[in-house]
Design a protein around this ligand. Structure first.
Ligand code: NAD
Length: 239
């Protein structure tokens, strides 16, 4: 029996890398995203899963999607909350809309899917959750007030969920990527890029697969005694 997996933000970057790794391991992978470019929709369907077009910030859509997956496949084994956006500005230029949108997607979006999945995990007495935070939750970087607050809030959410769901045999963890080459970071100016690389002991920009491999581990039985943890995948940026 394949594991039933849901990956939000599965249409690009880290989420797409997670889909590929878990699909190769034989999981049935469902994806949620605003859009599914290129081969991403067909790749999900080839695993037996589906591509669900939804905005993760829409609370009701999360419940409909998760309940739809469980109605179709009988259960949900793994939730990977990867969808995220950034709207960078120094805080004296940040608008209310910049703040609300990033908090809606990056924080409420994780709560919405965790909230929808939790009753199923409890009924099954099993489940794995990995949320994608960021090193910016752990160290301040100018221009990221909204993003950092959302990603730090996510870590608090993960710890509470680990406590509440641990008794039901559910593991809830986070990864905190550093600088990873994806469409999200494509617009970072060269000067900032070079500074980030020179601050990174391993001296390179991470790849989506570097993060996906750690997520795969945290979703596996090898990580059964890890919960409420945040694993940095940052080449040592915060070392
Ligand atoms: P990405 O832009 O390649 O992928 C993000 C995906 O989320 C996209 O497919 C996008 O369409 C989807 N998405 C955005 N808003 C959505 C919404 N409202 N509803 C549903 N889907 C939505 O970026 P990425 O770098 O792969 O980012 C993945 C996660 O990793 C994000 O949470 C991001 O904050 C986090 N992260 C990235 C880096 C990095 O350096 N790239 C570093 C730390 C954390």
């Amino acid at each position: 029996m394949p594991r039933i997996v849901l990956v939000t933000g599965s249409g690009s970057g880290i989420g797409w890398a997670v889909v590929q790794l878990l699909a190769a391991a034989g999981d049935r992978v469902h994806g949620v995203d605003l859009r599914f470019p290129g081969e991403t929709r067909a790749a999900l369907e080839a695993t037996g899963g589906m591509a669900w077009e939804a905005d993760v910030g829409e609370f009701g859509a999360a419940a409909r999607t998760v309940d739809g997956i469980v109605a179709r496949d009988g259960r949900l084994d793994v939730l990977v909350a990867c969808a995220g956006i950034s709207r960078d500005r120094v805080l004296w230029e940040m608008t209310e809309e910049d703040w609300d949108r990033v908090l809606d997607v990056d924080l409420k979006g994780v709560f919405a899917y965790l909230r929808a999945a939790a009753p199923h995990f409890r009924r099954q007495s099993a489940g794995k959750v990995v949320a994608v935070s960021s090193t910016t939750a752990l160290r301040g970087r100018p221009g990221l007030a909204n993003y950092s607050a959302a990603k730090a809030g996510m870590l608090a959410l993960v710890r509470v969920a680990a406590r509440e769901l641990g008794p039901a045999n559910v593991n809830v963890n986070a990864v905190a990527p550093g600088f990873i080459e994806t469409p999200l970071t494509a617009g970072i100016p060269d000067k900032v890029r070079q500074r980030l690389v020179s601050d990174t002991p391993l001296g390179r920009i991470g790849r989506p697969e570097d993060v996906a491999a750690v997520i795969r581990f945290l979703c596996s039985d090898d990580a059964r005694h890890i919960t409420g943890e945040v694993v940095r995948v940052d080449g040592g940026l915060l070392a």
